[in-house]
Ligand binder design. Structure first.
Ligand code: F6P
Length: 541
């Protein structure tokens, strides 16, 4: 839909429905409808979603899917998959889904055979990864590579870092990966500690190859290497991932050792392409391709399943339901998997850089609340930290619980304990415990109010057989499409990120004021002036 979705009759119908439903408790909804749990599930690939513990009924889902129709979601999905320039503010196609198309698929966009391009890069990555993994590729002194250090930030870091942690059990070639992103020198110093330059390979990952943090860290790494092994060693210890060959060459990396991608892949949607090189070296090309197949399974589900059975669509619409009708501020993502400890951080960039917008694609101001704030930590750690607020606080925090049936290795039944905690938490959040139930246990009357568990706290549970390359790909694609659906309903351009530019430029402008011998005559404002003067004093300048 062009224009203001909040003016549509579908939005108004949801508003009215919210008034009717907001006072109802999940206990009642379950009591009234015995078939609810069976019906309110969805399956996509290996992912099973239970959304029965949501403050929603079949009617809610009908109204929400009508809203999606009204927003033109069907047409938007078709437009994305066919390579239309739906990133309007940058006039680009949005084709991360092409990164996982099988070799025999067909997609020509702007006159270019996208599938052939994608597979040419994947083949080059695979050949290189195999050489490193088989020890055929050797460092300047003839030693094989033992550690890959990815230098990148944002989408050029969070994806491969998250996935490497998630898939550590598959890192079978004895090659470890490390990730350096921050311009805080502590990051690179910490990550270089204990490394032998002779066995270290740097992958400098930057879509633009102009990002200050990445280029600065890459220069530090280069100096570290050259001091130990000399200038000639660079070609054996540095490769690049970028869309910008000229800048890669300017930095001094041979473009034969560059792995490319395209402007139609957003940074936060890029780790399933060349940005995943460090991951591919660690887990091997075959596992990497299994991950891509997992992504593709969910892409196909998203593209073809009817909305009422479409997992990303359902989860996105429930996100809209809570954000725009219940006024929820955030969504917690709670993986019951230690391996997914970086997953919430990864999702933060995916969702907040995509949908943190206040104008619609046509430049007019939005009138709905946009941009879900994702946050979280793995269970059970979160239980002993912030779940108190989820259970008894005054805010509504919808949560996604993610669990796996099979562990990679188990000890003394620990995995079953982990799963039991997941199921227990969603039950306690949904149904709580009443004052009567607590009093009946013999609790002193003055203590009863403290122990009441209000319940009615909505959760999704995603259950998968095992955390594998494929299921990880499926999970990531699921959230990518959730972000897409929400962006479509809100009418924003989910694929630009102009909001990060001003701060970057200001940092460049301000840097001389911190370091020059003489403080500058003018500062941008009095508060910043005071802070910079204080900083200079503390640094003895
Ligand atoms: O500053 C935001 C951003 O542009 C992200 O969108 C991107 O993932 C990150 O910086 C890194 O950019 P690049 O890959 O070009 O170094």
């Amino acid at each position: 839909m062009n224009g203001d979705i909040t003016q549509s009759q579908e939005w108004a119908a949801l508003g009215k429905h919210h008034e009717e439903l907001a006072g109802r408790h999940l206990r009642e909804l379950f009591a009234e409808d015995p078939g609810r749990a069976r019906r309110m599930t969805a399956t996509a690939g290996d992912l099973y979603l239970d959304y029965a513990k949501h403050r929603a009924t079949q009617e809610t889902i009908g109204l929400l899917t009508a809203l999606a129709e009204r927003a033109g979601l069907r047409e938007r999905i078709a437009a994305m998959f066919s390579g239309e320039h739906i990133n309007v503010s940058e006039d680009r196609a949005v084709l991360h889904v092409a990164l996982r198309l099988p070799r025999d698929a067909e997609l020509v966009v702007d006159g270019q055979d996208v599938v052939a391009d994608v597979h040419a890069v994947l083949d080059k990555m695979s050949a290189f990864s195999d050489r490193v993994r088989s020890k055929e590729w050797r460092g300047a002194t003839g030693k094989p590579i033992e550690t890959v250090v990815n230098i990148g930030i944002g989408g050029s870091d969070l994806g491969p870092a998250m996935a490497y942690e998630a898939l550590r059990d598959y890192a079978d070639a004895g090659i470890a990966a490390r990730f350096v992103s921050n311009i805080d020198p502590a990051d690179i110093t910490g990550n270089l500690a204990g490394l032998d330059p002779a066995t270290t390979l740097f992958v400098v990952s930057s879509k633009t190859f102009t990002t200050l943090e990445t280029l600065t860290n890459a220069r530090v790494a280069r100096r570290w290497l050259v001091e130990a092994l000399g200038e000639d060693a660079v070609s054996k210890h540095f490769v690049a991932v970028s869309t910008n060959a000229a800048k890669v060459a300017e930095f001094g990396i041979d473009t034969d050792n560059m792995f490319g991608f395209w402007d139609w892949v957003g940074g936060r949607y890029s780790y399933d392409g060349a940005i995943g090189l460090s991951l591919m070296i660690a887990i091997g090309p075959e596992r990497f391709r299994e991950m891509l197949a997992g992504f593709h399974t969910i892409d196909e589900h998203f593209r073809t399943a009817p909305f009422e059975a479409n997992m990303p669509v359902l989860m996105a619409l429930l996100g809209i339901w809570y954000t725009d009708f219940f006024g929820a501020e955030t969504r917690a993502v709670l993986p019951y998997s230690q391996r997914l400890h970086r997953f919430p951080a990864y999702l933060q960039q995916l969702t907040m850089e995509s949908n943190g917008k206040s104008v619609r694609a046509d430049g007019t101001p939005v009138t709905a609340r946009t941009g879900e704030i994702f946050w979280g930590e793995p269970g059970t750690n979160g239980q002993h930290a912030f779940y108190q607020l989820l259970h008894q606080g005054t805010r509504l925090v919808p949560a996604d619980f993610i669990g796996f049936a099979e562990p990679h290795d188990d000890r003394e039944g620990m995995h079953d304990q982990l799963a039991a905690n997941l199921f227990a938490q969603t039950t306690a959040l949904a149904f709580g415990k009443t004052a009567e139930e607590i009093a009946a246990e013999g609790t002193a009357p003055e203590i009863v109010p403290h122990k009441v568990m209000p319940g009615n706290r909505p959760t999704s549970t995603i259950l998968a057989p095992k955390l594998t390359p494929s299921t990880l790909g499926q999970l990531v694609a699921l959230y990518e499409h959730i972000v897409f659906v929400e962006g479509t309903i809100w009418g924003v351009d989910s694929f630009d990120q102009w909001g990060v530019e001003l701060g970057k430029k200001m940092a460049l402008d301000l840097a001389p004021a911190l370091t020059s011998d003489e403080p500058p005559a003018t500062f941008p404002d009095t508060s910043t002036e005071q802070l910079i003067r204080r900083y200079r004093e503390l640094r003895g300048r």
